[in-house]
Design a protein around this ligand. Sequence first.
Ligand code: UGA
Length: 434
Amino acid sequence: MKITVVGTGYVGLVTGTCFAETGNQVTCVDIDVNKVNKLSAGQITIYEPGLEKLFERNLKEGRLNFTTDLEKGISEAKVIFLALPTPPGEDGSADLSYILGVSEKLGPMLKDYKVIVDKSTVPVGTADKVHAAIAKNAKVEFDVVSNPEFLREGVAVEDFMKPDRVVIGTQSEKARKVMGDLYAPFVRQGNPIIYMDEKSAELTKYAANSFLATKISFMNEIAILCEKLGADVDMVRRGIGSDDRIGKRFLFPGIGYGGSCFPKDVQALVKSSQEVSYSFRILDAVMDVNEKQKLFLLPKVNAYFSNNLKGKHFALWGLAFKPNTDDIREAPALYIIDALVNAGATVSVFDPEAMPNVKGVIGDKVAYAENQYATLENADALIIATEWSVFRTPDFDKIGSSLKHKVIFDGRNLFDVAHMQELGFHYESVGRLP
Ligand code: UGA
């Protein structure tokens, strides 16, 4: 099938590449000339494990093309995916100007039947707005479908190629058939394509992310309670997770969720609720808990250093909001850095992928180390903010002999508490018994 993906950001590039991988002819359109030139020349613009190999192969074999020319890009396509940004506006609601702007342009360009697909996370009712924006100037038949993505950064290729489910929101039989054919190769293991109306599909995306965020904030509060009551959150997590109704996944407490999706989507659903005079109280609490959780380690650090961080130097491992990505949006590490620096401390950081991005945002506010051990030089303590695999089995002798105080504040519960005690560390983590 010939398809076009408008917007070559994270979602667009993964979507375009993965559709090319199943034999489709894909054209990706973007207004950013530099980006299109780079991508056409074979330079990938995002870090996503496994993507580069597919990208290079499909580019070489001519199934993947890039252009800035929207009209040319869509002329032969049967399906046009809109994978455009929907940044939060000042009031937290999603800004639809990119999507509606492109939709208006599409109208007069359509020469034959096309399926236009909202791939971006958009508020309920957007498919209708996109339909209206295209219809203003369209002379041919078209359908607008809501097909939200459920990709996790770091495993996006796997999530795309083997999705738990595909949600397709449309009331048009014709569009349903086209979308079903397109996704058939991805659901061969029997995972479902769930067809529904457009609004339900749009809400499914927000409900999924908000529910997952709720699970995390819930566990973070259980972890706080564990510390106060003398229980161990690892035990409680395992105790509840083996109940199928609760599930084992997404029950790990830490220093809060970050990234470009959960914070934005929870906020947008709260905002959408307000617009229909409903107050989504659980989500207010989810956001509130998460804000506080980002600085969960700070009182522990303060207590250890008798509330005086002035002149102290910290090693910080992990900057990305989670492992296997260079994404630092809403990353807890940035909040920790701010708090430490404001308290008069200095920080030396290491992250396997995210350091250039952090440097771009906070410059020389911190020192950037060449590797994780180089951060330890002259450091009073080690703080861990992201659970990169490379941090999981470190050289504890090296850590112990480099740090001025043998103390680790671990926001991701990487190490066994008893083992750390045996090694003579003062070890603080999230919700576990010392
Ligand atoms: C999330 C969803 O998982 C995807 O399904 C969705 O498509 C995507 O948002 C999106 O809307 O585009 P992502 O933001 O890449 O994906 O990250 P996750 O792996 O879901 O992690 C989100 C945050 O939750 C991270 O900060 C992580 O550290 C935190 N987390 C996750 C926990 O604190 N505990 C857990 O048990 C799991």
